[in-house]
Write a protein that binds this ligand. Sequence first.
Ligand code: NAD
Length: 509
Amino acid sequence: MTGARTTPAPALDRRHVPADLPDRIRHYIDGAFVDSVDGATFDVLEPVSNEVYVQAAAGGAADIDRAVAAATRAFDEGPWPWMLPRERSRVLHRIADIVESRDARLAELESFDSGLPITQALGQARRAAENFRFFADLIVAQSDDTFKVPGRQINYVNRKPIGVAGLITPWNTPFMLESWKLGPALATGNTVVLKPAEFTPLSASLWAGIFEEAGLPQGVFNLVHGLGEDAGDALVKHPGVPLISFTGESGTGRLIFANAAPFLKGLSMELGGKSPAIVFADADLEAAVDATIFGVFSLNGERCTAGSRILVQRDVYDAFVERYAAQARRVRVGYPHDPATEVGALVHPEHFAKVMGYVEIGKTEGRLVAGGGQPEGFAFGNFVAPTVFADVAPEARIFQEEIFGPVVAITPFDTDEEALALANDTRYGLAAYVWTNDLKRAHTFAQAIDSGMVWLNSNNVRDLRTPFGGVKASGLGHEGGYRSIDFYTHQQAVHITLGEVHNPTFGRT
Ligand code: NAD
């Protein structure tokens, strides 16, 4: 392993460049691909070589204005918001069918653009299709509340789409996270402006063709590429956009929250994490090691719910660390397109520098037992060896701060109380994983953790009906299942008098 960065030509020759890449990535506004009003572009890099492979349109306020105007028109003039749920559902199912039928191409492009291993990118493409299918089904199965006061009143909920939803997404699993917002926003009859992450704009452009083919009316879906501080900021501050669904860093979330405040916008915030995996001595250690390896090294460690702090009970601590480190050293780092690859290349040189900075900090804060630099044979691009630090103190930066790469901190504990204190000792609260065979402890412990989601003796496997969201610095609000439907709709209460009108009469003559 080495910290040096060279770029040996033969290694780069082995990378895979997909055929038929676009010559330019453009916005998609009102049914047409367009350049920025001012013609601005930005460089898009691929993470194996860090070479610029394409230019993308760099949107600003004028482009957001055009996109919001198109989305507003499509909302006001219809027919999308007024269509029967079954009709919208059919379009959504067609979208899912098309995504499924193109999963290999989607995965190829996503893996090339983001550095995600191809097998994992394929899984994300299928999950994207499933998101559409799920909301297509939900929207026709959905019922709303009615209440009766016998003889006096009936009350019912008239659920309505809100308008133009602004969707701002990160780069870690770009296409899947876009589908996560597009699915419920469209299912409920809203129109949208999507601002995808600037590191990974390639797959987002595919939505336009997919939606056209599936029969989504013109203007319902609009896409503006660009930097967060330009295109993203303009979307957040646009008075014609009443909803912002954001996934990204907690710091960005805080800024967006403040910028949206003067407009009193509806906000959904899915933010960062530093999730604990707690392994008790009575756990199935083999399963716990497998799960905690996967939990932090899958998706290159660029995973919001990564179990990046592993707390291990002292009785099994040494055995766990030894086994964990040995297995981490065997995790296969490789070219993103290689089906044997388990960890690919991090998304961008800026992110690579951040993660490598934490690796160096870790060397002063913990005991390095695996990785610690670039892997053998991959001293180029944004490759990072799966890196494990043991004996990490809770005040260490690598215990407290989100690294968002293949880096994990392991810390021992003695008692349940100590484990709980350590688990809760961060500003984040997204996910937690508990490994124990003691039923009472499992539930008591799980319920006491400050996190939006807990997995007991399980990896991160999520039924789409369950709530998704974090507490503390990890987010505000919940999405998932009906909670997404709630976020993207108004629930207007309609009250009807039965029988006599029950008026207290003022001013009676
Ligand atoms: P980021 O906050 O840098 O960017 C996310 C998006 O916000 C991008 O599209 C970016 O262009 C945009 N943006 C940046 N500044 C903006 C501004 N001032 N106004 C409007 N938009 C702006 O996050 P990232 O680096 O792309 O993603 C990684 C982060 O996302 C990690 O913290 C990770 O934990 C988090 N994440 C959370 C979840 C979740 O569901 N909780 C899921 C995936 C990723």
